[in-house]
Design a protein around this ligand. Structure first.
Ligand SMILES: *Cc1c(COP(=O)(O)O)cnc(C)c1O
Length: 476
């Protein structure tokens, strides 16, 4: 852990005040997936700059330490912290207006964000074949309906998934016979609201807690691990057979197919073959089920292509984006859909997509998100991501030899050490922090998704800290 004065400290709080705030936090404030009775230890974050967070450690809040953020604040802060362009966009927008309602009013930040999203979306510039028929890009005409042209700005990733599911249900309810169910693969994560939860992995998402409350969806097996598996790999063939059979048995009732293409994030950092995504796409297309790609985690370059869909070669009917959309500054997500879906959803009698959050299209956040997309258009993130990937591959490699480690893998700016047992998360995180790295392991994974702007030294430090922490806590 490096004591350092590199980050300007706008308000270094007195130690007693930090202690008081931490005590109140323990007693009164929910954190993600937390227990009110057994709250876990919280580090006190004071400020952040570049790829570092300035912390007051819980066990010694008199000290100030800087830690490299190996999580990019849950995969969002792709440009790092204190980004001049994003700061400027926020300040400038504040001078105009922080918020106005989106019902009956519109404004430049939201319109311009939608314009940029449509221009960057999968298929927008003809780079994707836009056909569900894998390996046959000429199978049908690329027309209007092969691009994503309609944008719904949502307040969070989960809400964008709710809107996508609602659109799929409405599409069928209004254009043909109602269909009730969503088809997905096990191991997914799509958010914490009820619709989104219903398509999360039934075990990982603890569906048993919510029996009778959650809609019951259809779950194909989790595709076998490995991006490079060939379509004729026996495990892939077995997966495909089972998946096709399940789909066929319920086809009439399947309103939509949803997945995180190529990389399942919160469900265990599970990378799988684009071929499996093509199979899902083909099943959806042949059955007029709405194809939804949840790229909330994978979008904007994270997995080494701008969209995970680029690896698949399929333009979905609906795309959900979030997380890195705002460069990690504030919460906003979006649902983009093809004209065909927009027309279906808007059919009578409803005549409208029935969703409209209070803070929809918030101008302040939209301005920041627009500035983040400008940065991505100005500086292609893919070479940076490739550089991070190279650094992670090298620095995580030593863990592959540990007896405690089942697998070490990288995909774009994602590095994973998968253990043979559930990770002792608090111990691993504490040790990594001692080595100057902020990490938050989960399940059986110690993983990193650093900001794309992480320098080779930062990436090497992350890798070294993770390898050391895993080795010391779980054994070499
Ligand atoms: C994080 C995430 C969500 C939920 O987004 P929130 O902003 O946390 O609601 C949905 N889908 C995927 C793939 C995610 O990674």
């Amino acid at each position: 852990m490096t004591d350092s004065a590199a980050i300007p400290a706008p308000s270094a709080l007195p130690e007693e005040e930090v202690r008081r705030l931490l005590a109140f936090d323990r007693a009164h404030v929910w954190h993600p997936y937390s227990s009110a009775l057994r709250p876990s230890v919280m580090q006190f974050a004071e400020s952040a700059s570049g790829v570092r967070i300035r912390l007051r450690p819980a066990d010694d809040p008199g000290r100030t330490v800087e830690a490299i953020d190996a999580m990019a604040s849950w995969w969002c802060a792709i440009h790092g912290y204190g980004v001049p362009e994003l700061d400027a966009a926020a300040r400038q927008q504040l001078d105009a207006m922080g918020h106005v309602m989106f019902g009956g009013l519109t404004h430049a930040p939201a319109i311009s964000l939608a314009e940029k999203l449509i221009a960057l979306a999968p298929g927008a510039n003809g780079t994707i074949g836009g056909t569900g028929a894998a390996g046959d890009p000429g199978a049908h005409d690329v027309g209007d309906d092969e691009t994503l042209q309609h944008v719904f700005l949502a307040d969070s990733g989960s809400v964008s998934v709710e809107v996508a599911l609602k659109a799929a249900w409405q599409y069928h309810a209004l254009t043909g016979r109602p269909r009730r169910r969503m088809f997905t693969i096990r191991g997914g994560y799509h958010g914490d609201t009820f619709g989104a939860m219903s398509v999360c992995d039934p075990v990982g998402g603890m569906h048993s807690l919510f029996t009778g409350v959650l809609p019951e969806q259809l779950f194909a097996p989790r595709p076998p691990a490995g991006v490079d598996r060939a379509p004729d790999d026996p495990e892939i063939v077995a997966w495909e057979t089972e998946t096709r059979a399940l789909f066929a048995a319920h086809a009439d009732d399947i309103a939509g197919v949803i997945c995180e293409p190529v990389l399942q994030g919160a469900g265990g950092m599970h990378a799988y073959s684009p071929h499996c995504v093509r199979v899902l796409a083909e099943l959806a297309r042949a059955n007029d089920s709405v194809l939804i790609f949840d790229e909330i985690a994978t979008g904007f370059g994270r997995t080494g292509t701008f969209w995970a869909a680029d690896r698949v070669g399929v333009v979905p009917d609906i795309l959900c984006v979030g997380k890195a959309l705002t460069g990690g500054y504030a919460t906003m997500a979006a649902m983009l859909c093809a004209p065909r879906i927009a027309r279906g959803v808007s059919a009578e009698p409803a005549g409208a997509l029935m969703h409209g959050p209070t803070f929809m299209g918030n101008p302040l956040v939209a301005a920041i998100a627009g500035a983040s997309l400008d940065l991505l258009r100005r500086d292609d993130p893919l070479p940076r991501v490739a550089r991070v990937e190279g650094g992670l591959r090298e620095s995580l490699a030593p863990a592959a030899g540990f007896a405690s480690v089942a697998d070490v893998r990288t995909l774009g700016a994602v590095g994973v050490i998968q253990l043979r047992e559930p990770v002792r998360a608090a111990e691993v995180a504490a040790l990594a922090l001692d080595h100057g790295v902020w990490v938050r392991p989960f399940r059986d994974c110690v993983y990193t998704m650093p900001p794309f702007v992480a320098e080779p030294d930062d990436v090497a430090a992350i890798g070294a800290a993770l390898v050391t922490a895993v080795g010391e806590v779980h054994g070499r």
